[in-house]
Each structure stands twice: as C-alpha cells, then as structure tokens.
Design a protein around this ligand. Structure first.
Ligand code: PXP
Length: 237
C-alpha cells in the first residue's frame, strides 16, 4: 500500500497571513488523519514563514499517524528533530531563502556529510529519507550514506506529464528500481496532483509513501478537505 502523507505547510501559510490561529494547524492535521491521510508532513524553515518550531512541538504528541519532518539539516533542524523524534525525517538540500525545494541532494558529493547526519537520527530510531533527483547514481549513494529511504523529487515528472506521460515516468521507474536494488524504501513528492498521481502509482506501485501539499490543499478549496483526501487515496489503489 502506498501511503499518503499530507504536507500541511500551506495551512500554516494561511494562518500566518493574519497572525492569529485560524486555521488551526493542529486541528487541520487531525482532521486530515480522520479523513484518511496516512501521515502528516511539515517542513519547518529557519524563517518560520509557514510551519513554526512551536507547531512541530504541538503536533508530535497528538498525531495518530506517521509524522514526517523534512528540511535542510542545519544544527537547529537536527536539534529539533532529535527532540521531537518523528517517525521519519527527510533531508532536503534547500537554502533558507528558497521558495520551495527545487532539487535533490548530490549524494555522491555530500556522502560524508549525509552519513554523519543520518547516523545521528538512526541512533535514536528515526527512519531516514533523502530527497534525490530521479538518478540511479544518486539513489546508490543515498544507500551508501546509510539512508533507509529515498524521496524522489517529482517536479520534472509533473512538468513533462501533460505532454508525454511515458517519457515523464521513465527516469522515475529507473530510479525506483535502483532503490529496490539497494534495499531502500521509496517515497516521492513535489507537484504530485490528482492529474498525475494515479499514473505515477500505476508505474511504480512499490512506492511506500507520497507526500503532497500544494495541489491537495488547492483542490480542497473546491472539493473540501475530506473529499479531496479521499480522491487522492483513490489514485493510490
Ligand atoms: N517533498 C518535499 C521534500 C518538499 O519540499 C515538498 C514541498 O514542501 C513536498 C514534498 C510537497 O510538494 P508539493 O507541495 O508540491 O506537493
């Protein structure tokens, strides 16, 4: 079964626009779980422009499904994750000012750094995932660094999908096969949507988890959150 982890960054962006607690990030996360989400993802950034450190601390004790914290492993990020002990941490090489993640790690170049960081999480039993482009060599070096999983960066898939779905999925199938070969679990995320998710799942059904935020929260404006989560789950059958 491919799990759906709902990324709730956009809920925090909306709340922060007014400075109060509407919408309530914790309540939305719990509702996502009630509506069928298998996990909740957050991406705390140093400027706290969406999810704050306080949100991360508030969410941990109340979530009933899997909690995934993603981000660039700065010393502050590592401290927060070690304190909160989520089920999974996803390492992303984004700079503090970046609008959104736009590339995976060069796991070959940063193998030593990743090995050292991953080891700290493994010692306390947190499952680790490394965000990579759909490149078998990057998957191989994520395995060498000791990751439990890779998360494939799916923006290039989503961009090419409307024009040429077969060409769009091909490198992802190769990278996903590499993950299987090296004994890694497989996650995927970025720009997945109701348009492109089912095709992705049909070609790579051994995907463990997809993490989806922007399109899902946007769809919820029209369909409502409950119906939207059900529609995304249907794509994973
Ligand atoms: N995975 C990672 C590593 C991300 O940084 C993001 C965006 O925060 C996502 C998945 C979700 O992407 P989207 O919001 O486009 O669904």
């Amino acid at each position: 079964m491919t799990k759906l982890s709902v990324n709730i960054n956009k809920i925090a962006t909306l709340r922060n626009a007014r400075g109060g607690n509407v919408p309530d990030v914790v309540k939305v996360a719990l509702d996502c779980e009630d509506f069928g989400a298998d996990g909740i993802t957050v991406h705390p950034r140093p400027d706290e422009r969406h999810i704050t450190r306080k949100d991360v601390l508030n969410l941990r004790p109340v979530l009933r499904t899997e909690f995934n914290i993603e981000g660039n492993p700065s010393p502050e990020f590592i401290d927060l994750v070690l304190k909160v002990k989520p089920h999974q941490v996803t390492l992303v090489p984004d700079s503090p000012t970046q609008l959104t993640s736009n590339a995976g790690w060069n796991t070959k170049e940063h193998q030593a750094f990743l090995t050292e960081v991953l080891e700290q999480f493994k010692q306390v039993g947190i499952r680790t995932s490394v965000f990579v482009d759909a490149d078998p060599e990057m998957v191989e070096y994520a395995a060498k660094a000791g990751a439990d999983r890779v998360e494939l960066y799916t923006e290039p898939y989503a961009t090419l999908f409307p024009k040429n779905p077969d060409a769009a999925i091909a490198p992802f199938v190769e990278a996903a096969k590499a993950a299987r070969k090296y004994g890694l679990g497989l996650n995927a995320g970025h720009d997945l949507s109701l348009k492109n998710l089912q095709f992705f799942y049909q070609h790579i059904p051994w995907t463990d988890e997809v993490s989806i935020g922007h399109a899902l929260i946007s769809d919820a404006l029209y369909l409502g959150l409950e119906q939207t989560i059900k529609e995304y789950k249907k794509c994973l059958r």
